[in-house]
Design a protein around this ligand. Structure first.
Ligand code: 5AD
Ligand code: FES
Length: 346
């Protein structure tokens, strides 16, 4: 087992069986996390990139079985923040020192392409990077957002297990999601994807395949988080994912994709009060602090127990900065373009 870790640390290649054996064997966890930490330091350094997350709308037309934003959830108080207010939140985020904002929403019909483009253009005037995380759109729409100035796009594949994908998203099409990811690459976005860990009946083989898919897609960013059952969804009685397994999937991902950006996800912190710091010491190099202001933060309830729902963006900024410095890492002052992307588009 130790040999496998050494091999992956050196060559960044493992096959499905090898990945699975690392995921199922608990005696090597510390070696795995330490190896991922070394690879992180060697390829992407000690800087932590911060992305200010603005959850600008919780309306959604989709039906993902695990997600609290799903259309069928009538218990959620829906909101769509106006363009001017979104811009105000972005300006505030910039005043806290953030160089990138992530605009996230459900897969909403509430904003026209033109409105999204206007928001992007306005934000670009502040000289920061923009990541969009607004779901499956057409090639044309992705192209227009890119032309307006969007730099990055996050679209998790969620699972590469086609049967499980169908069960989790009966109305969605796995092939279309793949297409979206390849379209985003074609359009020269920095592309982020990722998966959920601990979905009902998700096997270690399928998680191993997810990691191999990240490599095949040649993604620039990978976000991995445990599935947390939401009481207002059909999966309310399921067990949910474990922090440790999510951390292991993330660490193996770092071994195989050494120069990408990997966030320490909020869902990890929901299961472990020091989760993001542990993730930063096990392969992650990005944090996405919440920069949604006021009443909206609480209403963006994808899963229960979300951290910092009663905090302000200012408090989160100070809090996460000090935690990062305490573990001997530095806060990046750049836009944080992934080394992988820089090498990929050369
Ligand atoms: N638990 C954890 N993560 C979830 N997401 C959606 N629902 C849940 C849940 N119940 C994740 C999805 C999505 C991201 C924005 O949130 O992976 O891509
Ligand atoms: Fe929000 Fe710590 S990051 S209070």
């Amino acid at each position: 087992m130790q040999k496998l870790i050494q091999k992956a640390e050196k060559n960044h290649i493992l096959n499905q069986e090898e990945i699975k054996s690392l995921l199922e064997n608990s005696s090597i966890d510390d070696e795995l996390f330490n190896a991922a930490d070394r690879v992180r330091e060697k390829y992407v350094g000690n800087e932590v990139h911060l992305r200010a997350l603005i959850e600008f709308s919780n309306t959604c037309k989709q039906h993902c079985k695990y997600c609290g934003l799903r259309l069928e959830n009538k218990k959620l108080d829906r909101y769509n923040i106006d363009e001017e207010i979104i811009f105000k939140f972005v300006e505030k985020a910039v005043s806290y020192g953030y160089k990138t904002v992530v605009l996230q929403s459900g897969e909403s019909n509430s904003y026209s392409t033109e409105q999204i483009i206007n928001i992007i253009r306005k934000i670009k005037s502040l000289n920061i990077s923009i990541t969009l995380s607004i779901g499956e759109k057409t090639f044309k729409e992705y192209e227009e957002y890119k032309k307006a100035g969007a730099d990055r796009y996050l679209l998790r594949i969620e699972t590469t297990d086609k049967d499980l994908y169908k069960k989790m998203h009966p109305e969605m099409d796995f092939e279309n999601r793949l297409n979206c990811l390849y379209n985003l690459k074609k359009l020269n976005y920095e592309v982020g994807t990722g998966c959920l860990v601990g979905l009902p009946n998700q096997s270690l083989e399928s998680l191993s395949n997810d990691i191999l898919f990240f490599k095949e897609l040649d993604a620039d960013m990978i976000g991995i988080g445990p599935f947390i059952p939401n009481p207002n969804t059909p999966l309310k009685n399921e067990t949910g994912g474990s922090f440790n397994l999510a951390l292991k999937v993330m660490a193996v991902t770092r071994l195989l994709l050494p120069d990408i950006n990997i966030p320490a996800t909020t869902a990890m912190e929901t299961l472990n009060s020091n989760g993001r710091i542990i993730a930063l010491k096990s392969g992650a190099n990005v944090v996405m602090p919440n920069a949604t202001e006021g009443i909206y933060r609480k209403k963006y309830e994808i899963y229960p127990g979300k951290i910092c729902v009663n905090d302000t963006p200012e408090k989160c900024s100070i809090c996460i900065n000090s935690k990062i410095i305490q573990i001997g890492r530095t806060i990046s002052q750049s836009h944080g373009i992934s080394n992988h992307f820089i090498n990929r588009i050369k």
